[in-house]
Design a protein around this ligand. Sequence first.
Ligand SMILES: Cc1cc2nc3c(=O)[nH]c(=O)nc-3n(C[C@H](O)[C@H](O)[C@H](O)COP(=O)(O)OP(=O)(O)OC[C@H]3O[C@@H](n4cnc5c(N)ncnc54)[C@H](O)[C@@H]3O)c2cc1C
Length: 459
Amino acid sequence: MYDFIIIGSGTSGGMAAFTLQSGGAKCLMLEAGKRFRREDFPLSEVVYTPQLFWGGGADFTVAADMAILRGKCVGGGSIVNQALMDRFDDVALNDWRSDTGIDYFTAEGMDPHYSAAEANIIMQTIPPEWRNRNQELFIKGMDANGFHWHPLRRAQSDCGTMDGNDCLICLGGCHRGSKRSTMESFIPKAEEQGLEVRAETQVTQIESRGDSVVVHTQCNGKADKIEAKRVILAAGALGTTELLLKSGFKDKYPALGTKFAMHPQFMNYAIFEEPVNAHRGALQGVASEDPEMRKEGYKLENVFAPPIAVATVTQKTGRDLQEFMKWYTHLGCIEVAIRDENAGEMFLNNAGRLQVRKELTAQDKERKRKGFEAIRRVFDVLKPREIVYGPMGFGLHSMGGCCVGQNDKTSVVNPEFTLHHHPNIHCADISTFPNAPGINPALTVYAITHRMATGLLNN
Ligand SMILES: Cc1cc2nc3c(=O)[nH]c(=O)nc-3n(C[C@H](O)[C@H](O)[C@H](O)COP(=O)(O)OP(=O)(O)OC[C@H]3O[C@@H](n4cnc5c(N)ncnc54)[C@H](O)[C@@H]3O)c2cc1C
């Protein structure tokens, strides 16, 4: 029998497999998506989007006014993400501590776990010489307004930016192996030590049987059952919540499916007379780091996207869209990401399908308004032909649903990331986030998973 079955192979699953397998445990990893080798990632946006993301590209909220993106492949979110790696600041950690009463949510308490993750991931801070024109324009507009910004740190080793490599299709998987996904940093090392990985195997239900857990799977239309001493849930906010709801845990945990947040993001564009070529070179190099914006609950990111994504978020159609897309190489882009209230909810509908109810609260709308206003001020300095605001929100950081906390009424997992009353079911993926930090979450998912996994080994 396996010591652990790990469900999901993204940020949390990769770290859990690496730590537990290296510590001598016998682990099996199950992943619903396909396994790609570096050289196999599709090169075109229209091909990689349906192959690497759930929902054929995106899931939508119940009102269908916001899209939710999440990776579906071995490596999960770490394959499709932008790989920006940030530790939480005191604002985020203090909020987590006061929300949960958990005392290790401090810079000192988290430091050993952040350090363990950082030690195993190659990271680079984007230097000035790698910046493209989109980033130079952003910096000029920020400086003119007295807004603070900082260079970004990414999990990457060799993007070849100075050799003319473009990273536009980075979100469809990295051909160079530069982006340090779990498929570069953790899973192969765990496999060398005996980890077994089964791709295209979706877990449909889990059953706790006292001393063991039975995991029900579907692979190529065939149902199966596998037993392990313990299970690690690492299927992300939607995946883990859906699995627990389908396995009948809502009766035990009233908080299951609640406290959903997603850092809603809105991309805004400026059309310039001169070419910007934002699709060239490093896709993202700088972002706001402004104490005032942090206090107000939003941040500005200087990013860009491939054509289908750019076209989609404008919500333009027909001639309008055609006219706008002619300017693709002349677009500057700034995105606002909101630190949203965790008022969203996930539940199963009558057909047993997962639904996400997520509306912007009055506070979220005010944060969005302030973010749009800051973007207008940055663009105004640069004197573009036109500013095009992106009305469509999307979420890249789905959080919550199985929050960490002290009791089974208001949370699902305990401070050691074990389900209340279920000593052999564990979870430290992003579904456990008690509220939205307003900071890139992946490094903290690595850190809390490291905490959980080392705790399990020590016991
Ligand atoms: C486009 C994009 C850009 C992003 N950029 C950044 C960034 O720059 N910095 C940052 O910090 N964060 C970023 N994120 C978010 C970050 O990637 C996620 O927060 C993080 O990966 C969450 O880790 P996780 O392990 O909880 O879930 P995931 O990494 O999403 O892994 C979950 C895995 O479980 C699998 N799964 C789900 N259900 C099942 C099931 N029933 N059976 C088997 N397998 C299942 C999924 O296919 C997936 O592989 C980005 C996300 C996206 C989508």
